[in-house]
Ligand binder design. Structure first.
Ligand code: MEV
Length: 330
């Protein structure tokens, strides 16, 4: 029996979230927190899923006589919808039954590309069971993963799925679509999150509504984000960290106009900037969720990490994951 294990990194958006949905470029970075899917084809049809070590938020605990724990089942249901859609789209008629185990040490749905990692992971698993391998498998998994996200969410850019499939620092050109690898030096980043109250689909819909109500105001803002991203690409390639930080702040301010910056994130961004960070911004869809800080150097990463944690932020990565999707079969 062929067993396939697929390991997919998660990611953080450095520049261009939301505007990328309207065809502007974006820059995203894979981070070394991985989601692992392990599966084998089965003769009994359908999908059997085992989740191990998948973290789900606990909403409340009551202990008086008996113990009651309320967990965030919606979040679990949401992530499983990517798994089921992935099975439908990528396994198709060729793998009729699948026994699957999913492992993730990152909380799901906080804006770090977990849904993209699950989508690309499901696509890669099914493709490997169908006999695909090498770069053909990776390329097909990136495209199929993007399709899975679009079908579950209604709208998605290729940014998240392409970044987790290929790894490294990626300049996303959604109009092609393509994810160009950017040469970069050491980027002293802090990637973290605060609790997120809305889904990516809800936030993308909110921005769309605002743009439909005020196209003359919102379209120029989206154009400006595109310009910031082009400048940021040059700053990364020249390893100009000061400029990169300034551009992160500019991008963050433009995201304010789109209405997606939460109070918790704002507090973290302002404080780290006052404490000497070169740049800081919310990241991903917003409404809480991910943020990214650019420190002056590695020593400052440690200092600013303490500040971020004291403000309630949880840190998930301070380095870049250069490799993308990995597939092992045996
Ligand atoms: C989600 O990580 C980032 C958004 O730009 C949506 C997308 O690109 O699909 C908000």
């Amino acid at each position: 029996m062929k067993i396939v294990e697929v390991s997919v990194p998660t990611k953080v958006t450095l520049f261009g979230e939301h505007a990328v949905v309207y065809g502007k470029p974006a820059i995203a970075i894979a981070i070394p927190r991985r989601i692992v899917l392990r599966g084998s084809a089965s003769t009994s049809p359908g999908l059997r899923i085992r989740l191990s070590n998948v973290r789900v938020e606990i909403r409340s605990v009551r202990i008086d006589g008996s113990t009651e724990v309320e967990v965030d089942v919606d979040e679990l249901r949401r992530i499983l919808s990517y798994v089921v859609k992935g099975f439908e789209i990528a396994c198709r008629d060729e793998v009729k039954g699948l026994d699957l185990e999913i492992r993730s040490d990152l909380p799901i749905g906080v804006g770090l590309g977990t849904s993209a990692a699950v989508s690309v992971g499901m696509a890669a698993l099914c493709l490997a069971l169908r006999g695909y391998e090498g770069s053909e498998l990776v390329e097909e998994a990136a495209h199929l993963g993007w399709r899975i996200e679009r079908e579950v969410q209604g709208a998605a850019s290729p940014m998240d799925t392409f970044t987790v499939a290929y790894g490294g620092v990626r300049f996303i050109e959604p109009w092609i679509p393509r994810a160009v690898a950017l040469d970069h030096g050491d980027l002293p980043l802090i990637v973290g999150y605060t609790p997120k109250r809305f889904t990516t689909a809800q936030l993308v819909a909110e921005v769309r509504k605002l743009r439909e109500s005020y196209p003359q105001i919102l379209n120029p803002v989206i154009e400006l984000v595109g310009l910031v991203v082009e400048e940021a690409r040059k700053a990364i390639e020249r390893n100009d960290l000061e400029k990169l930080g300034e551009l992160m702040v500019l991008n963050h301010r433009l995201l304010h106009v789109l209405g997606v910056v939460s109070l918790e994130t704002e507090k973290i961004v302002r404080t780290v900037l006052e404490m000497g960070a070169l740049g800081a911004k919310m990241s991903g869809a917003g409404g809480g969720g991910a943020f990214v800080v650019l420190a002056k150097d590695r020593r400052d990463v440690d200092k600013l990490s303490n500040v971020v944690e004291a403000l309630g932020g949880r840190i998930v990565a301070t380095s870049i994951e250069e490799s993308g999707l990995k597939v092992f079969s045996g």
